[in-house]
Design a protein around this ligand. Structure first.
Ligand code: 5RP
Length: 225
């Protein structure tokens, strides 16, 4: 029986096949954040001479990439990335996700938006029928914390401030439990539209293109329907 860590390793290794496919001297890869993304970064080290570099979705990932000698570029200097590789806290059959358990949701969404394809890597426990068991992270500008929390409560959620945590952008995170997520795409737009919200952890626009989900029987691959 493989441990969750071994399953994460399998998913991260599977994503390296996509890197192999697209690698080239002018190619930049988008890199996510989290324990599964960390394993992907470690594997990416063997491609460092075959790529122009990477764009990182967090300071944490940038530091890990740099420690391995993998170039990290400013997104402003990059026009195109064939793939963005990242984990998820939950993913459903439409390849919509909840992300932000590590608090890097905003930069993750930005980097992913520039990439042609989002490759989600996770162990199979992250696959859910319906999103919403994992509390939804929402990045909020500090002065709007209480106002946004009231709005989220009026939508049926129970927001809790992530104590002692400041995002790479200098903001706070509200982790929202109990939100009814019947239409994830509509909810993403509605929450993102609240004044003071930087972004919420729903990733539906467009979500992942491919999910590589590690199971005890090997990698299960889902593609966008
Ligand atoms: C960080 C994220 C991560 O992708 C998500 O939390 C999954 O992390 P892990 O790979 O450690 O399970 O969204 O903001």
């Amino acid at each position: 029986m493989l441990s969750q860590q071994e399953l994460k390793q399998q998913a991260a290794t599977a994503a390296l096949e996509f890197v192999e496919e697209v690698a080239g001297a002018d190619v930049v890869i988008g890199v996510g954040t989290g324990s599964t993304a960390d394993l992907f970064i470690d594997g990416l080290a063997r491609f460092k001479e075959k790529l122009r570099g990477t764009v990182a979705s967090s300071t944490r990932s940038a530091q890990r990439l740099q420690a391995l000698g993998i170039p990290v570029l400013d997104l402003n200097d990059v026009e195109r990335m064939p793939i963005y590789v990242d984990g998820a806290d939950e993913i459903d059959g439409n390849l919509h996700m909840i992300k932000g358990g590590g608090g890097a949701l905003t930069r993750e969404k930005i980097v992913a938006s520039v990439a042609d394809r989002f490759i989600c890597i996770a162990d199979e426990s992250k696959l859910v029928k319906r999103l919403g068991t994992f509390p939804l992270p929402v990045e909020v500008i500090p002065m709007a914390r209480a106002a946004v929390a009231r709005q989220l409560a009026s939508m049926g959620g129970r927001p809790a401030l992530r104590e002692g945590f400041v995002t790479d952008n200098g903001n706070v995170i509200l982790d929202v439990s109990g939100l009814p997520i019947t239409d994830a795409a509509a909810l993403e737009l509605r929450i993102n539209n609240l004044p003071g919200v930087v972004t919420c952890g729903l990733f539906t626009q467009p979500g992942a293109h491919v999910a590589l989900l590690a199971t005890q029987q090997g990698i299960r691959r889902l593609s966008r329907p």
